[in-house]
Design a protein around this ligand. Structure first.
Ligand code: PEP
Length: 269
């Protein structure tokens, strides 16, 4: 069994999640995970104060799972997508049942790159959230606006609408994570300000409270994502409604990702 940390009861356990996207084959994945583990271990930072999750491509999952398990590396494993269907004639799709068998804990759903390049609608996203929950996976529900949408309808409207749609039929006791990822800040180097991130993350927590109750809102982690680096992570983590980060580009550089995980060591946190 891979070591899968559960969110702490009470205060929310910060989550730093690395979305590798279509990078690192299974051999590169082994070298990367080992190096990240040693780096964090040397820094005495595998102390459970932050949950670390990696999201490799599907073809790496079995290999990474075996490594986490064999070397007792305390990273959670996640997938980058899941089918809304459980099995059958769906060529190229991956069932949540298969991911659960690999001890995957998380699955990213509704990433803006899937919404944009694979035409995933809010309805598709909601179907995938249901599939993840059916198989005991924790969906990481991504929401966020483009620059045009922000200018047209303000900073929160699109994310609120996307989250409300994704939460349709989700029970109040479901374990899920929300990631606010403004599309204009993903892979662009144009990072949101901590205040901008807080404004939307706070609003999303209100949506969770309205739809699923205060308990769910208090225990659910809301992440910020979009050009997070070691130099800006601490400023986001100071915000009351930001419980971690979904990291793309910087999650592929061991020292940089390790420094993001160690944000508590940065000045002023
Ligand atoms: C992402 O794709 O989820 C992401 C946040 O990417 P980046 O950190 O590279 O902006």
């Amino acid at each position: 069994m891979a070591v899968n940390l559960r969110p702490a009861q009470g205060p929310r356990l910060p989550l730093i999640a690395g979305n590798w996207k279509m990078n690192l084959d299974h051999l590169q994945a082994v070298a990367f995970v080992q190096k990240l583990h040693w780096t964090l271990k040397d820094a005495k930072h595998e102390d459970g104060s932050v949950e670390v999750a990696v999201f490799p491509p599907f073809t790496d999952l079995r290999t990474v799972q075996t490594l986490l398990d064999a070397d007792k590396i305390p990273f959670a494993l996640g997938a980058q997508d899941v089918s809304a269907q459980d099995s059958g004639a769906y060529t190229g799709e991956i069932s949540g049942a298969f991911l659960a068998k690999l001890d995957a804990r998380y699955v990213i759903i509704g990433h803006s790159e899937r919404r944009q390049y694979h035409a995933e609608t809010d309805e598709v996203v909601a179907g995938k959230v249901q599939a993840a929950l059916r198989h005991g996976l924790v969906p990481v529900i991504c929401v966020g606006e483009t620059l045009e949408q922000r200018e047209e309808s303000g900073p929160t409207a699109v994310s609120v609408e996307q989250l409300e749609a994704a939460l349709a039929g989700v029970p109040a006791d479901a374990d899920f994570v929300v990631a606010y990822e403004p599309v204009w800040a993903i892979g662009t180097g144009q990072v949101a300000s901590p205040e901008q991130a807080q404004e939307v993350c706070g609003k999303l927590r209100e949506v969770i409270a309205e739809k699923l109750g205060q308990d769910a809102a208090s225990r659910t982690r809301v992440l910020y994502g979009g050009s997070v680096k070691s130099g800006n992570i601490a400023s986001f983590m100071r915000e009351p409604d930001v419980d971690g980060a979904l990291v793309g580009g910087a999650s592929l550089v061991v020292d940089e990702f390790a420094a993001i995980v160690r944000y508590q060591k940065h000045v002023g946190v």
